[in-house]
Design a protein around this ligand. Structure first.
Ligand code: NAD
Ligand code: IPM
Ligand code: MN
Length: 352
């Protein structure tokens, strides 16, 4: 088959890690007889520099037409002036909103070979397997913003329909796993969280086979570190999900390891590592490409229904995490290219 993939490398390490993931897609194409036609487009700071806009119309149009979109990362010090009129991150937010990819899936597992890297004791990491479902197109990120001379506001707004669609998705995902759903909110303080909680409670009646619990976000931040293996599917609003998943990445050993899939109702979907442009290591060829390579695996599975291909990528990554080489963020010395080469080699040695 022939598939059209739009890549949005973006800024910092974005181009480095997305180039690695594209190589993995091409290797999969060779092994399984597919053609991945890659259409590289601008987003973020790179797009601002070239066009003045963080998400040029051509990039959005290409993303809409594509079979799937793979993104690196956006942002960096060059564009971070608080007074700046246009910011790289606006490009990413506009893309998520335009594609209506409201459910951001962020799976987390701890690879046994990396458990030593986690700040947590090894025994607490046994059996950690969490699927975060982060609401991605609502809340504080998209509410009305106001900046006065000496004040600023970011409105947090959710409609019941926005909550319902992402929570339903989380219930459905829980059914395919251990049938346990944790909904995280701040219902003791926030009105949006009370709407969130009552929506979850209402929907729970339709999923009697799924055990539901509610957890306030502050204690959840603690529980993720003290009892991470208790959790199966965790659903939460946009900002809480952003913060909790970076925290959870520390359990796995590095932010550079975690992939994500952003899904909506239609065929449009966006795949990206959860990390940012990592300006502190950009341009050195040492970024960990695993989070982006695993995002490409999610792309194969969710957008192209290529399950065997997705599993082949995951198996190859698993092999490299077990045997090395490891990039610096996970205690090794390998550069991005060496990790990529090892993944490609593991793919070739696999028997599908
Ligand atoms: P970051 O995720 O870029 O980096 C945090 C830390 O993790 C850094 O020390 C970095 O070196 C390390 N790290 C991240 N990815 C890594 C990888 N693949 N391999 C090895 N180490 C890695 O977060 P930040 O520094 O807070 O933000 C930097 C910029 O990235 C900001 O402009 C922010 O807005 C942007 N950002 C973009 C996205 C995105 O495009 N999806 C996500 C998060 C942050
Ligand atoms: C992420 C990032 C983005 C977010 C930023 C860059 C807009 O942190 O993808 O997690 O907050 O959603
Ligand atoms: Mn984030």
């Amino acid at each position: 088959m022939n598939y059209r993939i739009v890549t949005l490398p973006g800024d910092g390490v974005g181009p480095e890690v997305s180039a690695a993931a594209v190589e993995v897609l091409h290797e999969i194409g060779r092994q399984f007889g597919h053609q991945f036609q890659i259409d590289e487009q601008l987003i973020g700071g790179a797009a601002i520099d070239a066009t003045g806009q963080a998400l040029p119309e051509a990039s959005l149009e290409a993303a809409r037409q594509a079979d799937a979109v793979l993104l690196g990362a956006v942002g960096g010090p060059k564009w971070s002036d608080p007074q700046a009129k246009v910011r790289p991150e606006q490009g990413l937010l506009a893309l998520r909103a335009a594609l209506q990819v409201y459910a951001n899936l962020r799976p987390l597992q701890v690879h046994p070979a990396l458990a030593e890297l986690s700040p947590l004791k090894n025994e607490r990491l046994q059996g950690v397997d969490i699927l975060f479902v982060r609401e991605l197109t609502g809340g504080t990120y998209f509410g009305a913003k106001q900046r006065g001379k000496d004040f600023a506001t970011d409105e947090c707004r959710y409609t019941e329909a926005e909550i319902e669609r992402v929570v339903r998705r989380a219930f459905e995902l829980a059914r395919g796993r251990r049938r346990h759903l944790t909904s995280v909110d701040k219902a003791n303080v926030l009105e949006t969280s009370r709407l969130w909680r009552s929506t979850v409670q209402r929907l729970a009646g339709e999923y009697p086979d799924v055990v539901v619990e509610h957890q306030l976000v502050d204690s959840m931040a603690m529980l993720l570190l003290t009892q991470p293996s208790r959790y199966d599917v965790v659903v939460t609003e946009n900002l809480f999900g952003d913060i909790l998943t970076d925290e959870a990445a520390a359990l796995a050993g590095s932010l550079g390891l975690l992939p994500s899939a952003s899904l909506g109702e239609g065929r449009n979907a966006l795949y990206e590592p959860i990390h940012g442009s990592a300006p502190d290591i950009a341009g050195q060829g040492i970024a960990n490409p695993v989070g982006t390579i695993l995002s490409a695996a999610l792309l194969l599975r969710h957008s192209l229904q290529l399950d065997a291909e997705a599993s082949a990528v995951e198996k190859a990554v698993d092999h490299v995490l077990s045997k090395g080489p490891h990039s610096r963020d996970i205690g090794g010395e390998a550069g991005t290219d060496e990790v990529l080469t090892a993944v490609l080699k593991a793919l070739r040695n696999n028997r599908h």
